[in-house]
Design a protein around this ligand. Structure first.
Ligand SMILES: [Zn+2]
Ligand SMILES: [Zn+2]
Ligand SMILES: [Zn+2]
Length: 374
């Protein structure tokens, strides 16, 4: 698995070198590759260095903060606490830009330490003072509690004369250890940190933040893709990106669909109104349907007498159709009476065009047969 990732990573590096302008998406992909390599081998120095390098290239963001925090953890895992501390300090400076201490807390080293049992966290160990051998007192052999007492002959008599000890400046204490009897040396067990790094704790922390960090890495990829799309002049709609031409096409299609829908709706409403009207038609009106074809003179009279002032537009349309049809039927009958079968057929066909009626069809058939002398 690691070998495969390494190959992919190397390949992506070559791909970057070849292309002069690297897209945001490709950059994000390269970062993801280094992250994947690193998270699988954080105690490997090479993958750690590569990851830190690509983290430094990121723009200031929560992702960069997370990457620094993770690089610090890797340094701890490799026992390079100084490196980790340096990265921690970089993150601290970054924090002022991104205003978040979450990742700073995530990688602060003190939470991973077990107190050093040798120096008990003081980072220093005590040794007995070599100058005074731990006696705490002045090394001057003549010094008695800071005073040097000598016998001097004054007026023939010996008298004790005391003077301040120059070595301890009359304090009586050892000057090297300040009278404590001990001196401190840096603790060589914890290398003056005062604690011993517990790598188990670091590893646990590493694992606990993986989901959050993976999400940031993937979000960075999406962002990179979006930036590239916008740079190409594409427009975001929903979750996808389109060219202006594509947007135009989609909008036109949607508008046409809307228009079709409203047309269909209008037609349906009209049909419904017609059905309602037909249901309400009185007998007289209904009988026009047949009369306009079978008894056109009668139909015309009824329309003139009873339906000349119709206001309803649908009803009016029906009346007009009946009236025209009645006229055509009369013309056909006159032609037929004159023996002009072909002319009669012509009028009948016009009447049939207006409104289909079984009787007209029959009549046309009959006239056709007559016209060829059958
Ligand atoms: Zn120590
Ligand atoms: Zn001393
Ligand atoms: Zn002294």
């Amino acid at each position: 698995m690691r070998v495969l990732l390494l190959i992919i990573f190397t390949f992506s590096l070559f791909a970057q070198e070849e292309e002069k302008t690297v897209s945001h998406y490709q950059e994000a992909m390269a970062f993801k590759s280094s992250w994947v390599l690193y998270k699988n081998a954080p105690d490997n120095y090479a993958s750690y260095r590569a990851f830190l390098k690509s983290a430094e290239k990121l723009e200031d963001s929560e992702l960069k903060a997370g990457a620094y925090a993770y690089a610090a953890l890797g340094a701890y895992l490799q026992g390079k606490v100084e490196y980790g501390t340096r990265t921690y300090n970089s993150l601290n400076e970054l924090g002022q830009n991104i205003g978040d201490s979450k990742w700073l807390n995530f990688c602060s080293v003190d939470q991973f330490g077990d107190e050093c049992s040798v120096c008990e966290g003081s980072a220093k160990n005590s040794r007995a003072c070599k100058k005074c051998n731990g006696t705490k007192t002045c090394r001057n052999a003549e010094c008695r509690k800071g005073q040097i007492i000598k016998l001097e002959k004054i007026d023939g008599n010996f008298e004790e004369v005391s003077t301040d000890c120059p070595v301890c400046e009359a304090t009586g204490f050892c000057q090297t250890c300040g009278g404590s009897g001990i001196y401190k040396i840096p603790c060589n067990i914890c290398r003056s940190f005062g604690y011993l790094l517990n790598k188990m704790k670091v590893r646990e922390q590493f694992k606990s933040g993986l989901m959050g960090m993976n999400a940031l890495v993937d979000a960075h990829l999406v962002e990179g893709f979006e930036k590239d799309q916008l740079a190409k002049g594409k427009i975001k709609r929903g979750d996808r990106y389109y060219t202006a031409a594509e947007i135009e096409k989609m909008d036109t299609a949607a508008r046409l669909k809307n228009e079709r829908t409203s047309q269909v709706q209008r037609r349906r409403e009209e049909q419904k109104r017609e059905q309602e009207l037909r249901a309400k038609m009185d007998k007289k009106f209904k009988s026009l349907e047949d009369d306009s074809v079978l008894a056109p003179e009668k139909a015309k009279k009824v329309i003139e007498n009873d339906f000349s002032n119709v206001a309803d537009p649908v009803k009016k349309r029906y009346i007009n159709t009946y009236l025209k049809q009645a006229d055509l039927m009369i013309k056909a009958k006159e032609a037929e009476n004159k023996g002009l079968e072909l002319e009669a057929i012509k009028w009948l066909k016009e009447a049939q065009k207006l409104r289909d009626h079984e009787a007209i069809k029959e009549k046309i058939k009959k006239l056709k047969l007559e016209s060829i002398g059958l």
